[in-house]
Structures are given as C-alpha cells and as structure tokens.
Design a protein around this ligand. Structure first.
Ligand SMILES: Cc1cc2nc3c(=O)[nH]c(=O)nc-3n(C[C@H](O)[C@H](O)[C@H](O)COP(=O)(O)OP(=O)(O)OC[C@H]3O[C@@H](n4cnc5c(N)ncnc54)[C@H](O)[C@@H]3O)c2cc1C
Length: 381
C-alpha cells in the first residue's frame, strides 16, 4: 500500500521482500479469503500504550478510503458478520493482485528473495544491505520504510527485523506477545475441554479490561474461536477469564418458566435444548443434571446461574506465535510521529503495520491499520 500510494504521488520506491512472493500473510488471512477491513473500525478497536496514537492515521485513511480504493481496482466487498468485509470473490489472492498490478503499472519495483540484513545510517540517508541467493547487495537510499510485520508464523517469513532495527537505532520497544491466539488448558481440567472438542457456543467472554460476544470453540488442548482470540489480546499469564455461556438471557428465569410447564423434565434434557447434548452432559461434574426441574433447590438454581453466567477459567498459556494472528506490542508509538510515522530520533526512517505498537481486534482491523499506516508514510516520503 505504501509503495502504491507513493507511486500515485510520483515517488519511486523499491520493495525488498525476503519471501519468493509478496503478501504471504494476505494470502492466508481470513482463511484464504482476506477480511481486508471492518466497516465499524475506529481507534477504540486497537490496543496500544497510547490509545490516541492511531487517530491521526485513521483520520487520513478511513474505512471508506479502503473500500473505495479496492472498488476502484475491481474488488467489491461483502460483509460477513460484525462489519467484517471480504472480497465478493472470497479470494485473498485478488487483494494481493491489486497491489502487484499497481506496483507494476506505477513502476514500483518489487524484489523478492531479498532478505534485508541491516540498515545503516549514512551522511545522506541509509545504506541497506540485503542478501539475494547468497549474494550480499548494498544500496543507498535517502529514506527507508520498515513494514516487516510482527513475530507470528515464522514459516510465512515473520522475523524480528523491524524490532531489531528499531532497537539498533535506539528506539524503545513495548513488550511483545502473541495476540489473537488460542488459549491452552493443562492439568486435570484438560480432559474436560478435550471431551468437548469441536463444540462451539455463542458466549460473552470478559476480563477486567475487555468484553466480547462471539463464539468460543472447545479444542483438545483448550479454547479457541473468535471470542477467545479477542480476549487473548487482553489476557496475561496467570489471570482468569470469565465466560457467560448464555449471554443476554437469564438462566434462572428460563428454568423457572420451563418448570411451570414441564416440571418433570430433567435439567440435562432442558440444557440439551439450549446447548449440544454433549455440552449439557459435560456439566454433570458441576450441576445435578439428572434432577427434575421441579426438584431443583434455590441453591441448585444459584449454582446453575453461577456456572452458566460466570464460568471462570484460568488458561495455562497460549498457543504461541505459531498460532497467533498478530503480535501485541512493538515499536513504541512514543518514538514515532503520529502524523507521518517517521522515527523522531532518526529522520527518514519510518515504521508501519504490525511492527508498531498498534494491535487491532480480530475482524479486519489489522489490515485497516496496515493500509492506513502505508498511506500515511507514503504522503511523507
Ligand atoms: C493466519 C492469519 C490470518 C489473518 N487474518 C487477518 C484478516 O483476515 N484480517 C486482518 O485484518 N488481519 C489478519 N491477520 C493479520 C494481518 O495479516 C497482519 O496484521 C498484516 O499482514 C500486517 O501487515 P504488515 O505489512 O505489517 O506485515 P506482513 O504482512 O507480515 O508483511 C511483512 C513482510 O515483511 C517480510 N520481511 C520480514 N523480515 C524481512 C527482512 N529482513 N527482509 C525482507 N523482508 C522481510 C515478510 O516476509 C513479510 O512478507 C491475519 C494474520 C494471520 C497470521
């Protein structure tokens, strides 16, 4: 996006990409369909030490700009859920093609298999040293944009290059961690989750920093699904998360209504009308599921209410960078101009995208940040 926008302004850029093709993460994003923006994107869906930092970039490049940019180049969007926009074709490669075609038309050169090893400051700019097919190549440039992504999924080309280079230039890094990542359960509880593997339930998941209403998915090692990925970005090791497995309803009231009509129905049969039978059965360790609704005591009702609306989980950890969709933390926003994303201490050096401490929620927000930061940098090159 940065190279394309720079091209629109008549500025020449050279993209150095260590993979043999560009856009690897775009190609796998959204299950190969690329959720390229979110219609409801606003700075509040982004985590950063400075929650105001992204406002300038998002004012300069809005969601409407993303939508019309892609429409101009033949990508109609369709909303799947919660504002998530995907190409009508359902093909992430169409998004990559927009960029590669435009780079081609605008004369912006893309050099693949070009592994950047270091960037050094010189009297009139920078010396960039990269390796291509085992050969070291040096080039001079007045300005450098680092859009080297975050740490997730090394086999797709992820490196710590952005962080390493920022450190080398004396820029502060906000601690990094996997985000939008499944959470693991170990020990004696693991078996309980394992038996439910594959079950998905619409829930509210929260902690004291955030709350999300989406599905959770049980897996043989713990919890996944959109609501879990979302809360993982706000979770720290050792903390609890809370799950309401029947959000926006009151299980006590529902049971009371039901038992007036069907007092002989067992709790198991009743819960099986709300959840899968498997899930209802799995509650046997916690609730008297064989009891008739009519015979449930007030204490039983209280326990049911607690379990359904305040299920407390202490994850053992997360699945790490191999399974994370993004990295939390990164180059500190204190080090960058919010208007241009230029490093305050190093004129001519810019950081954009995931390597900056701006991390979006699940749902197209991270690409919106990538496009916006690319646009903003291009205006200032
Ligand atoms: C499985 C998965 C699904 C996702 N789905 C979505 C989604 O649907 N919607 C959404 O908004 N976000 C999604 N994301 C997040 C999104 O892909 C990233 O936030 C986004 O790609 C970040 O863009 P970027 O340009 O900063 O970095 P990247 O897209 O990671 O690009 C950085 C590039 O730099 C290259 N590079 C790194 N080091 C060097 C070096 N030393 N020399 C040369 N090149 C180097 C890498 O090879 C890479 O191609 C998903 C992420 C994953 C992992």
């Amino acid at each position: 996006m940065c190279a394309v926008q720079a091209g629109f302004l008549g500025k020449r850029t050279l993209i150095l990409e260590k993979n043999d093709k560009v856009g690897a993460k775009i190609l796998i994003s959204g299950g190969g369909r690329c959720n390229y923006t979110n219609l409801y994107s606003s700075p509040k869906q982004f985590i950063s030490q400075n929650e105001h930092f992204s406002k300038s970039a998002f004012a300069q490049w809005t969601v409407d700009d993303t939508v019309s940019f892609f429409e101009t180049y033949g990508i109609e969007g369709k909303e799947k859920t919660l504002g998530q926009l995907f190409p009508v074709s359902d093909k992430a490669k169409d998004i990559v093609k927009v960029f590669t075609d435009l780079c081609n038309d605008l004369g912006q050169e893309i050099r693949c298999d070009a592994d950047v090893k270091s960037i050094e400051q010189t009297t009139d700019g920078f010396e960039v040293i990269y390796e291509k097919h085992g050969r070291e190549i040096k080039l001079q440039t007045p300005k450098v944009v680092i859009a080297a992504g975050g740490l997730p999924i090394q086999k797709m080309g992820a490196t710590d290059f952005g962080l390493r280079t920022a450190r080398k230039f004396g820029l502060n890094i906000i601690d990094t961690a996997p985000a939008l990542v499944p959470l693991t359960i170990t020990g004696k509880d693991q078996q309980w989750y394992e038996q439910l593997s594959g079950n998905s339930i619409f829930c509210r998941v929260w902690n004291d920093r955030a709350s999300f209403e989406e599905n959770i998915l049980f897996t043989h090692w713990g919890l996944s699904g959109p609501a879990i990925l979302q809360i993982s970005s706000y979770w720290k090791a050792g903390e609890f998360i809370y799950i309401d497995v029947l959000p926006n309803e009151n299980i006590t009231e529902l049971i009371q209504e039901e038992r007036e009509m069907n007092g002989k129905k067992t709790l198991l049969n009743y819960l099986s009308t709300i959840y899968t039978r498997k899930f209802a059965e799995a509650l046997s360790g916690y609730l008297p599921i064989e009891k008739n609704l009519a015979t449930l005591s007030n204490v039983d009702l209280e326990n049911i209410d607690n379990l359904i609306h305040y299920f407390k989980v202490k994850p053992a950890g997360d699945k790490g960078y191999d399974k994370a969709e993004v990295m939390r933390g990164g180059v500190s926003t204190d080090e960058l101009s919010s208007k241009s994303l230029e490093a305050k201490k190093v004129p001519g050096l810019y950081f954009g995208g995931e390597c900056v401490d701006v991390t979006g929620w699940l749902g197209g927000y991270n690409f919106q940040w990538a496009w916006a930061s690319g646009f903003v940098i291009a205006q200032n090159l």
